[in-house]
Design a protein around this ligand. Structure first.
Ligand code: ADP
Ligand code: MG
Length: 561
């Protein structure tokens, strides 16, 4: 029996909360009026119909249309997870949004914290999937903000795809704020069979006028501060959203803006309205993050100059968080992005130029309430010529070793942790093969001699073993066209990883028998489970990610040799 929109609306309007059997509070009624104005709300009937008929749905809708807060609630009304001892999970790429949304939805549902609707980070669900691959606790799993293409969400997507066979009862929803939703639709649709439905939520956006600087700005923080004050002085009412890259920069800008604004106010109190500056970044405690929803201070006189709220945020407010009332957006063109350098094996957060898609998302934040303005602190030429089309998915920028961990943990069971340790280390350094173009004819047969039929992993292990057996001799390396430098590095890194394994009480063991150990290693590799997700052996001993094969997305490029 299908739950209809009419029934849900009736339950929402009724005096009793159907989940708690307690009376609805006045707060619930008040928030409900605001919820009714969200674009998704008017599509409740359509959503419930599609949800009841399909195991998987892709949802696309502009930021602020109500996807994150409303869809999981609709699902709960339809699924009634609490009656079957199950839960609904909704993942967020960021802790900040997971916390803030969980709080907001608890308020909307009139419950201090639901036990059947779980907003969590994608990383949390991924860890859960490592222990419980069938994700048995859940009746529905919603992957939200899929367009952010975080590593954990990308991997979860693959897990959910494969889970369909084992958990035919599990419902899955992927939500995205951009049209890359079509990619997910294609990814989840069976080759021969019905196409997965795409549920579109209409946006509610107004036009946004975009301004560029005439010249490149040497100091974007300075330029941003100037722009905030420039807006505050003569522009129409409306709040300002300024994007900066990190905590220090944000706190510093807040301080400087406050000082300048106070100066201006004392010089010209009749024309400068009251002003509040609120920082937002992920390490801020949740209560303080909630301050972004506070109204600005009251105007001093009814027809006095407009009051204004300025929120200075990292890109967490790019799509995940909607702050109503934003009319002006300032986009310096930079954000901190995770960059992995496979050569030195370090993952770093680097301040890097944003992509065109991101810039458009940021500008979109200005047009939610009424026509808005977006000030880009770079030239139009730079926008056209310098910015990448899209931010590369994290899976292309990350060190996969942190996912490779599971294999480590199972490896002693297969009595091959020693070998796995070597393989992982070999994978993490630069290629060990030397292929001088001039000596191709000599190098290729040498490579062939070292290659094992069992695949690249075993071949890597073989090289390391032979290198050891030959007394780590540089001449041996030279003759066999493998890099002595890379192998030395392997031994260094191997020692470091060995320390880490010891710390976690993972025994270093080998079977001793090389035939047995090859089989064991392959079992551990498969057990690694996520390894399969990350890469798979292709034809000529090169690695291809499963992603590349199945989705047409780019391969990780990390282990491709
Ligand atoms: P989407 O996921 O489509 O971007 P959301 O469901 O996150 O949209 O937000 C819908 C609306 O809910 C926002 O426009 C805002 O009005 C309100 N909202 C969301 N989170 C909060 C919050 N923590 N406090 C107050 N209002 C919120
Ligand atoms: Mg959202």
């Amino acid at each position: 029996r299908r739950v209809t929109g009419e029934q849900v609306r009736e339950a929402l309007e009724s005096d009793v909360n159907p989940f708690t059997m307690q009376s609805h509070t006045p707060q619930h009624k008040k928030i409900l009026e605001a919820r009714k104005k969200l674009p998704v709300y008017s599509q409740m009937d359509e959503f419930l119909k599609i949800f009841s008929k399909n195991q998987i749905i892709i949802i696309v809708g502009e930021t602020g249309s109500g996807k994150t807060t409303q869809i999981p609630q609709f699902v709960c009304y339809s699924d009634l997870p609490h009656t079957k001892g199950k839960m609904v999970a909704c993942t967020q790429p960021r802790r900040v949004t997971a916390l803030s949304v969980a709080q907001r939805v608890a308020d909307e549902m009139d419950e201090p914290g639901t036990t059947f609707l779980n907003y969590m980070t994608d990383g949390m669900l991924l860890r859960e999937a490592m222990n419980d691959p069938d994700l048995t606790r859940y009746s529905t799993i919603i992957l939200d903000e899929a367009h952010e293409r975080t590593l954990a969400t990308d991997i979860l997507m693959c897990i959910l795809k494969t889970l369909a066979k084992r958990r035919s009862d599990l419902k899955r929803i992927v939500m995205s704020a951009t049209l890359d939703a079509l990619k997910y639709q294609k990814y989840f649709s069976p080759k021969h069979g019905e196409v997965v439905p795409l549920f579109k939520v209409p946006g509610r956006t107004h036009p946004v006028e975009v301004f560029y600087t005439q010249e490149p700005e040497p100091d974007y923080v300075e330029a941003a501060i100037r722009t905030v004050l420039m807006i505050h002085r003569p522009e129409e009412p409306g709040d300002i959203l300024l994007f900066l890259t990190g905590e220090e920069e944000i706190e510093d800008a807040c301080r400087r803006i406050k000082i300048k604004a106070d100066e201006l106010t004392s010089q010209d109190p009749d024309n400068i309205g009251p002003f509040i500056c609120i920082p937002l970044y992920s390490s801020l405690p949740p209560q303080q993050q909630q301050r972004i929803f506070d109204p600005p201070p009251p105007t001093r006189t009814p027809d006095g100059p407009p009051r204004r709220k300025v929120v200075i945020s990292t890109n967490i407010a790019e799509t995940g968080l909607t702050i109503d009332g934003m009319v002006y957006v300032i986009d310096p063109g930079f954000s901190k992005q995770k960059v992995y350098n496979p050569r030195i094996r370090v993952e770093t957060l680097l301040v890097s130029p944003i992509s065109k898609v991101s810039a458009k998302q940021l500008a979109g934040r200005a047009g939610r309430t009424r026509p808005g303005k977006c000030f880009r602190l770079y030239t139009e030429r730079d926008f056209m010529k310098e910015l990448d089309e899209q931010t590369h998915p994290e899976i292309l920028r990350s060190n996969m070793a942190s996912i490779l961990a599971k294999m480590f943990i199972v490896s002693p069971e297969f009595k091959c942790s020693n070998e796995i340790l070597t393989i992982v280390t070999m994978l993490s350094v630069q290629s060990v093969w030397m292929q001088p173009p001039s000596q191709r004819t000599e190098a290729d047969p040498a490579k062939h001699m070292l290659t094992l039929r069992g695949g690249d992993h075993l071949t890597l292990l073989n090289i390391h073993t032979k290198y050891g057996a030959n007394g780590q001799d540089k001449n041996w390396c030279w003759k066999n066209f493998v890099s002595a430098r890379a192998l030395q590095e392997v031994d260094n890194v191997r020692l470091q990883l060995q320390c880490i394994m010891e710390k976690f009480d993972i025994d270093l063991v080998s079977t001793g028998d090389s035939n047995k150990s090859y089989a064991a290693i392959r079992m551990a590799l498969v057990c690694g489970f996520f390894m399969q997700v990350a890469h798979k052996e292709g034809e000529k001993g090169s690695y291809l990610t499963l992603w590349r094969r199945e989705t047409g997305l780019k391969s990780t490029g990390i282990f491709v040799r």
